[in-house]
Design a protein around this ligand. Structure first.
Ligand code: COA
Length: 188
């Protein structure tokens, strides 16, 4: 998808997120090392290390070139990383999944839902998707509330596999382009 290869920024709050580059590996490691950030996320490298994150970032730059993935970091007012977003795209289905996290001191204050709503709208508008699919650990209450609240529809349960082979049950949600437009009063 050409739109993926051209993407440089992701709306995600007051300051847009920017593409992650290998220079971000050290700060991203620092940000992700807190279990309240990384523990609920199956798609991150396990174990986390500087080398693993450099490879994760490089892999996402290759995914971007193929139109299949994007990795963004979200700076705060002082340009420190306060969040990240990982978009996986299946161009053959015009479908994608958004994963991510925000820093613990910014969690639970409405930042997540505001940023996620802006990011999902951008994904439909700019990437031209037909469907967004989301998964979350069955005990990830904040993510479940966030997705239910934004109009995603529960689809059941699957098993998610991490990079180290560990498995966990995940709840699944979907929202179509039309459902998103109707729920949020948008015209695409
Ligand atoms: C998931 C995450 C992005 C949500 O962002 P957030 O800013 O913390 O959440 P919000 O403040 O926007 O709240 C989202 C919903 O959870 C509720 N909530 C917030 N904190 C909560 C808590 N401690 N317990 C229960 N519910 C809570 C909010 O009321 C809101 O629900 P509502 O829309 O029905 O009012 C963020 O918490 C995070 O980074 N968590 C760690 C990583 C993670 O779980 N990522 C998602 C993996 S799929």
């Amino acid at each position: 998808m050409a739109s993926v290869r051209l993407a440089r920024q992701l709306p995600s709050g007051d300051v847009p997120s920017r593409l992650a580059t290998s220079k971000d590996a050290a700060e991203l490691l620092d940000f992700l090392s807190d279990p309240s950030v990384h523990a609920p996320i199956y798609s991150l490298p396990k174990p986390l290390s500087h080398a693993a994150l450099e490879a994760f970032i490089d892999d996402h730059l290759e995914q971007r070139a193929r139109g299949e993935g994007l990795l963004f970091v979200r700076p705060d007012e002082a340009s420190k990383i306060m969040g990240y977003s990982d978009i996986q795209i299946w161009p053959q289905w015009a479908a994608a999944e958004l994963g991510g996290a925000i820093r613990p001191d910014k969690q639970g204050q409405g930042e997540g839902i505001k940023g996620a709503a802006a990011s999902f709208t951008w994904m439909f508008e700019t990437l031209g998707l037909d469907l967004i699919c989301e998964t979350a650990a069955v005990d990830n209450i904040r993510t479940a509330k966030l997705l239910d609240h934004l109009g995603f529809v529960r689809q059941g349960q699957i098993v998610s596999t991490s990079s180290d082979g560990t498995k966990r049950p995940s709840l699944v949600w979907e929202v179509s382009r039309q459902q998103w437009a109707d729920t949020h009063g948008l015209e695409f």
